[in-house]
Design a binder for this molecule. Structure first.
Ligand SMILES: [Zn+2]
Ligand SMILES: [Zn+2]
Length: 271
């Protein structure tokens, strides 16, 4: 019998004796009014939870739990000839989603951009026989262990044609994945919360906490943007359905310059 549970707020798996979900108790997230609640797959199923799957571009699919079973992310499934990558992970999995993802070729590798996106990663890994890649710097946030987990700390090809690296920022190990075949071969950056699209077209931002709006320093934003813009991509997908459809590399560069100029006081006369 399964003994694991997940946090009702962030959807991250937990089979330890934690009173509080350490991810939600951290200043980057939040505990809901009323405090910590845990839930199970069976409870989610009884609430009618399901995974909606949609094609975002050829060989790229968005997976979203409805009602929300995680932080609210849209996980991304990248199809490749060498197997599929599940990037950021829904907090839920059922037989319908399993069948639909099997039809898309299953899952060979799982990687969350950072701990907020761990979701039900071990459950997905066991269902599909996939490896879960965990950033060594963020290892302590894993709350359900299994032999499927492997750590990494240097840029590497998580699957042929998909390069993972860690600009950091939002978390010390915050990652991005470069899918070179994406955007008709112009390159796609899966940016997680490391770089987030904003409502204004062609702009992104960088934050320590998105819900609590805690910024990063000028030096860190410069470093994160420098690492990302060294990669060859034209389109960017964050983990909440934010997209910069073209010229995304330039958008990251220009947005970092704007961010740095504001937090450095260059525009203080305008405030
Ligand atoms: Zn949580
Ligand atoms: Zn996050």
């Amino acid at each position: 019998m399964e003994t694991w549970r997940s946090c009702a707020t962030c959807g991250v798996e937990n089979d330890l004796d934690d009173d509080l979900c350490i991810i939600c108790a951290d200043e980057r997230q939040y505990l809901p009014p009323g405090g910590q609640r845990w839930t199970t797959s069976a409870e989610r199923a009884a609430e009618g939870c399901r995974i909606e799957i949609e094609e975002l571009e050829p060989d790229l699919y968005g997976l979203t739990a409805h009602p929300k079973a995680d932080i609210g992310q849209t996980a991304l499934l990248v199809r490749s000839p060498a197997g599929n990558l599940l990037w950021d992970v829904p907090g839920y999995l059922d037989e319908d989603a399993t069948a639909a993802v099997r039809d898309l070729g299953g899952v060979a590798a799982i990687m969350a951009s950072h701990p907020h996106m761990y979701g039900a990663q071990l459950e997905w890994a066991r269902t599909f026989g996939a490896t879960v890649w965990i950033s060594e710097k963020d290892r302590r946030w894993v709350r359900r262990e299994g032999p499927e987990l492997r750590t990494w700390n240097q840029p590497f090809e998580v699957l042929p044609g998909i390069q993972a690296s860690q600009p950091g920022g939002h978390f010390p190990g915050s990652a991005v994945a470069l899918w070179s075949a994406g955007a008709e071969g112009r390159g796609v950056l899966l940016s997680g919360d490391t770089i987030a699209a904003v409502p204004a077209e062609g702009w992104v931002t960088f934050m320590r906490s998105y819900p609590n709006q805690i910024p990063l320093s000028a030096a860190v934003v410069d470093r994160v943007a420098g690492a990302a813009t060294a990669l060859a991509f034209d389109r960017l997908y964050d983990n909440f359905r934010g997209v910069v459809p073209m010229d995304a590399n330039a958008a990251v560069r220009r947005s970092a310059q704007r961010f740095v100029s504001w937090v450095s006081g260059e525009h203080d006369a305008d405030t």
